[in-house]
Design a protein around this ligand. Structure first.
Ligand code: SAM
Length: 216
């Protein structure tokens, strides 16, 4: 795993300029992994759902539509990304949601609250030493038996997957500061059970999709 090279204080400025173009790459190379993550999330209408790092709302609007009689919270560090999610959420015409600015490191929600925490393409920005502290926050806010579903850029087995690692090594902002990561060991260390992982490759871009449960 390469080290995280986008300093934390550069995340908000970087995602402020990326916001208008973010969805181009996301739709081209992340759509298949996102679809699988939503299948694994299997939202039941009426649940309490949290998406951490909503970005432009590509997943948030899907979570909302799957949960019209439940409640869906969303959070992100970057106001420019949150504004896009807000517009998408408003266009659904649904009302059971809130969005707020905040950080995954200190979630502003009570313990034992959410049936599902959903998170995509955020851990690939974080230093590996922060995986467990952030996952402990996810674990804290889940109800016993609650589930975590994530998608991340990962390190693929094929030679062509390395192209993305080379782009990152050349200039991290080219990929929004994201590099391939493997988060499963940290999930297990934090205590998630029934952990499963799939690797999905789309146009040579490797993603991992992860599922785990908080002990009942
Ligand atoms: C690559 S985008 C992914 C957005 C969205 N999850 C998706 O899959 O399209 C990364 C997002 O993570 C957000 N982010 C980065 N670090 C964060 C943190 N510590 N807490 C909350 N959001 C964070 C950024 O602001 C940005 O919106």
């Amino acid at each position: 795993m390469q080290p995280a090279r986008l300093p934390s204080e550069r995340v908000v400025p970087t995602y402020t300029w990326i916001a208008p173009v973010h969805d181009l790459l996301a739709l081209l190379v992340e759509a298949d992994a996102r679809d699988l993550a939503h299948r694994w999330a299997a939202v039941q209408d009426g649940e309490r759902v949290l998406e951490v790092a909503v970005g432009t709302g590509l997943s948030f609007r899907r979570l909302l539509r799957a949960n019209p009689n439940g409640w869906t919270d969303g959070l992100d560090r970057t106001p420019a990304m949150l504004r896009r999610t807000r517009r998408r959420a408003e266009r659904t015409g649904l009302s059971g949601w809130t969005l707020r600015q905040g950080t995954a490191y200190a979630l502003p929600y009570p313990a034992d609250h959410f049936d599902l925490v959903f998170n995509s393409y955020m851990f690939d920005l974080l230093p590996a030493s922060d995986f467990e502290p952030v996952l402990r926050e996810f674990y804290r806010v889940l109800v016993p038996g609650g589930r975590l579903v994530m998608a991340n850029m990962t390190i693929g087995p094929a030679w062509y997957h390395q192209v993305w690692e080379m782009l990152y090594a050349l200039h991290p902002p080219l990929l929004g500061g994201c590099r391939g990561v493997r988060v499963r060991p940290a999930m297990e260390a934090v205590g998630f059970s029934a952990v499963r992982r799939a690797v999905v490759s789309q146009w040579t871009f490797p993603s991992e999709v992860l599922y785990g449960r908080k002990s009942a």
